[in-house]
Design a protein around this ligand. Sequence first.
Ligand code: PMP
Length: 288
Amino acid sequence: MKVYVNGQFVDEAEAKISVFDHGLLYGDGVFEGIRLYDGCVFRLDEHLERLEKSAKAIMLNLPWSRQELADIICESCRQNGLKNGYIRFIVTRGVGSLGLSPKSCTEPGIICIADTISLYPEEFYTQGLRIITAPTRRMNPAALAPMVKSLNYLNNILAKMEAQNGGCLEALMLNDEGYVAECTGDNVFIRHHDTWLTPAYYAGALKGVTRGAVIDIMREAGMNVVETNLTRYEVWTADEMFLTGTAAEVIPVVEVDGRTIGDGSVGQQTLDLLQSFHRIVREDGTQI
Ligand code: PMP
């Protein structure tokens, strides 16, 4: 596999960065996870816009145009002969000294890995996930805005480990006020009667690209979808539930904290949305 590191494509084994890169020393940087479907990069412009906004929020100046970034991503896919895959695009503060100050970092670092991704095992798309609420809360926006897709994922990693300790693959994360924010790497949707509800991004959710695509599908189909504050009670008593994410796409949830969602089977609307999502990913992409 060829990996793009700081201006060059190198073999996987040669893809290395400095131990003085502040991305490594402090998690100081931003990233995107992007999908390639049948030779088209899904919603590339939206991913790059989110990357630029994440960078701006942490005062990381990107010296590249959006087109230059897009070219690196497309070229990474071509170099690896990929038609379907998962692209990890990372911008770090760059190489500096051991101190916290980013002033020692003169140039941002850039890494692009075009690979494949293993989703949740197939059985969970037909049978649904069982999840629990993690004790670890989502980051308070006054500490670090959860809308920033930064290299600081410890918050989510701890919640993921708590899910695994509880025998689950995913966990629901609440914000510091107790409202539902998202899962460790996916956004959350629940249905009550004919209304779909999803936490607003100001509740501590990342503005997921998949979340946006699913909301577009719902609105175009005339479905009712509302971005709002959700409590765990509303989740436990929902008729239907699913999660969205670049890697997971649309995955059903059938149990939360021991409470069965709906009748415990995967909802028909979830299955229909997954099908519609698979249709648009092949229409809504940038050809590599
Ligand atoms: N929330 C978090 C914390 C994430 O890391 C991700 C991406 N894996 C998502 C939500 C889903 O966002 P997207 O649909 O853009 O992948």
